[in-house]
Design a protein around this ligand. Structure first.
Ligand code: NAD
Ligand code: MG
Length: 406
């Protein structure tokens, strides 16, 4: 039988219109005999999702925003009548768990991705995890659902993917600590403000914060990279994925973004994964795993790279990293509170309502005001997420000297 018919993987892409979604579809396009797109989802970008539906002709297209779903339906009725349009947050969960789907790319940004990603775990899918916020908010529940549902958890985040590639051969994340591993080292570029004088941070603009020196990404994660909250979230993500305590997860600033992370073994070996800073490499690794497939990424030229530098993170410059490490130590829903406050503060900064340098204060004050609860309950996680959002929004609104920065 034709290989395309017999073995194509059926895939749902949550967050298809985003940076990771776009890179995923690029890799899918290069390997079109291996994948069949069953569902594509987006928040409210009707034009972009309509375009993607015309090209990939999925069985389902979901807009999280119901009004946008109605507009998409009208648009597709003529051009792609075979695509069924669904709307609303529940539909995201539906297409993540459908029996005909075997692979789910979890690439929604932020807390909005939590429930559909949990659904994919419960339904035993092969989950390509980009949505780190889901793991940060509900790591214990997520790992529990992966194990109960028999899901396969493959990390897309470049650092965690690098760690996975450097782990013992038979090891898969989500099923306990890898044998013989003493430490993992997460590399961080240091973002666009690694060397800017500290006094200038209060005046930086969203455009400057989103101009990452090495990676092209969505706006939220770009700001997280500038504050290094991204690395804080990634420390928590690594603790859950690899069942390691935070003191075995070391953060190392590596401005070139060539070494994507490293695993240290008890015999003194350190294994690293290197590559160009292009998310299509980790995405292709997860899509093809355990095989290797074409990612469209060129070879790494070590002479052009020339040198690799490593330095410790400066916690005075990057207080968000410390806040995330503290929240992890605190336990319970503290990480969900941290994540929610960060989402609100970052959005306020992007909207010109908060100074960049006030982002850490909003998160710290929210964590001080709220008492974390039991992270074994999804209800409590969602309640604390909502409480933290309300608290952080009030703090943003009450910010002395608040002004428009755009
Ligand atoms: P993005 O902003 O470019 O795209 C986000 C996607 O999520 C879009 O398709 C958008 O429509 C969808 N979305 C947004 N809000 C939604 C909502 N309320 N309901 C349903 N869908 C919603 O973001 P991105 O850069 O692609 O990042 C996606 C995830 O991957 C994030 O969790 C990020 O931390 C992680 N990640 C991204 C990169 C990268 O290079 N971009 C690298 C590592 C990890
Ligand atoms: Mg990363």
């Amino acid at each position: 039988m034709d290989r395309a018919v017999s073995t194509a993987r059926a895939i749902t892409i949550l967050g298809a219109t985003g940076s990771i979604g776009t890179s995923t579809l690029d890799v899918v396009r290069r390997n079109s005999d291996r994948y069949r797109v069953v569902a594509l989802t987006a928040h409210r970008d009707v034009d972009r999702l309509a375009q993607l539906c015309c090209e990939h002709r999925p069985d389902y297209a979901v807009m999280a925003d119901p009004a946008a779903a109605a507009r998409l339906e009208e648009r597709l009725r003529r051009d792609v009548p075979e695509t069924r349009v669904l709307g609303g947050a529940e539909a995201l969960c539906e297409v993540a768990a459908m029996p005909e789907v075997d692979t789910v790319m979890a690439a929604i940004v932020g807390a909005a991705g939590l429930l559909p990603t949990l659904e994919a775990a419960r339904a035993g899918k092969r989950i390509l995890l980009a949505n780190k916020e889901a793991m940060v908010m509900a790591g214990a529940l997520f790992i529990q659902q992966v194990q109960r549902g028999g899901a396969t958890l493959l990390p897309v985040d470049s650092e965690h993917n690098a760690l996975f590639q450097a782990m013992p051969a038979a090891y898969v994340p989500g099923w306990g600590r890898p044998e013989g591993v003493t430490k993992v080292m997460l590399t961080a570029s240091g973002g666009p403000f690694r060397t800017i004088p500290l006094g200038k941070l209060s005046n930086v603009t969203p455009e400057q914060a989103c101009a990452h020196p090495n990676w092209t990404m969505g706006r939220k994660i770009s700001v997280d990279s500038a504050t290094m909250m991204n690395k804080g979230l990634e420390v928590i993500e690594a603790c859950w994925l690899y069942a390691m305590p935070a003191h075995d997860v070391q953060v190392i600033v590596h401005p070139q973004s060539v070494v994507h992370s490293m695993v240290q073994y008890q015999d003194g070996s350190v294994l690293a994964q290197l590559g160009k800073p292009d998310m299509r490499t980790p995405i292709a690794h997860c899509l093809g795993w355990p095989e290797r497939i074409d990612a469209g990424v060129g070879a790494l030229d070590m002479f052009a790279v020339g040198r690799l530098d490593f330095e410790p993170p400066d916690l005075q410059r990057f207080p968000c990293l410390r806040l995330a490490q503290d929240a992890w130590r605190q336990g319970g829903t503290a990480a969900a509170i941290l994540n929610a406050a960060n989402e609100v503060a970052v959005q306020a900064f992007l909207d010109g309502e908060l100074a960049y340098s006030d982002i850490p204060g909003i998160i710290e004050n929210t964590l001080e005001k709220l008492t974390p609860g039991d992270a074994g309950s999804i209800q409590r996680i969602l309640e604390d997420d909502a409480r933290a959002r309300a608290c952080a929004a009030a703090l943003v609104a009450g910010q002395p000297g608040r002004r428009m920065y755009l």
